[in-house]
Design a binder for this molecule. Structure first.
Ligand SMILES: Cc1cc2nc3c(=O)[nH]c(=O)nc-3n(C[C@H](O)[C@H](O)[C@H](O)COP(=O)(O)O)c2cc1C
Length: 210
């Protein structure tokens, strides 16, 4: 199967591959691309909307659609960085506070085209376990990541800093039963990402019962 070449020329006719080969190519070729590898170009709004619309087509138990995305771009990127760093400074235990981490949290968003804060908003249907709401958001994020790859863009799901701290959840106006699940950093890659790696073959993760 040919490797994905970046940037993908979205104007070019689709390669004459059967749909299943295109899907395999996309799934296996998707890579996490980190902000230091972004070019600084801004992803067009229509593409960001397509990414978010595809996220919305993830499956949910009970049609709860529990995802919510705060999308930062332009001046919003620096504002989010300031907020994230400020919360870290306020809440990190004094003996664990790192000035380097503070600066990274503050400036990293500014290297992105867009920063999408991945949230789970708990619905009112208590029959649906929280874990299923989180699983649905993860499905939505994978839709997002595959769309990003198909567009020849780059991104990654980060869960560092204050991601799981209630202070970030509260600052974003989420409720006590809601959760921040990560930060999706989106940008235009400067170059093709490195070859993907898996430590184990997929066959080690499967037990057949025939
Ligand atoms: C829930 C989740 C949280 C992640 N958090 C981080 C993170 O905090 N920092 C990081 O460098 N990568 C993070 N990643 C990305 C992984 O590092 C990346 O997916 C992994 O290295 C595999 O690379 P690939 O996505 O190119 O296949 C996270 C991925 C997931 C699914």
């Amino acid at each position: 199967m040919p490797a994905i070449t970046y940037p993908i020329d979205t104007e070019a006719p689709a390669p004459a591959l059967p749909a299943i080969d295109q899907l395999n190519h996309l799934i296996r070729g998707r890579r996490s691309v980190f902000p230091q590898h972004f070019s600084g170009e801004v992803v067009p709004r229509e593409q960001v909307e397509m990414i978010l619309e595809n996220a919305h087509w993830a499956p949910t138990h009970g049609r709860t659609e529990p995802w919510f995305f705060h999308v930062y771009s332009g001046e919003g990127l620096a504002q989010f960085g300031e907020l994230h760093a400020k919360l870290y400074k306020q809440h990190a235990p004094a003996d664990q506070f790192s000035e380097v981490k503070y600066e990274t949290l503050r400036t990293k968003p500014t290297h992105c085209s867009h920063l999408i804060v991945l949230c789970m908003k708990r619905g009112s249907n208590e029959k649906i376990p929280v874990i299923e709401e989180i699983e649905s958001v993860a499905c939505a994020v994978q839709n997002m990541a595959l769309t990003v790859a198909a567009l020849g863009l780059g991104g990654y799901w980060g869960s560092g800093g204050m991601t799981y701290h209630p202070a970030l959840r509260d600052a974003l106006g989420l409720g006590p039963d809601d959760q921040v699940l990560g930060l999706f950093h989106l940008g235009v890659p400067k170059a093709a990402p490195a070859q993907g790696l898996r430590k184990t073959p997929w066959t080690e993760h499967v037990a057949w019962h025939e």
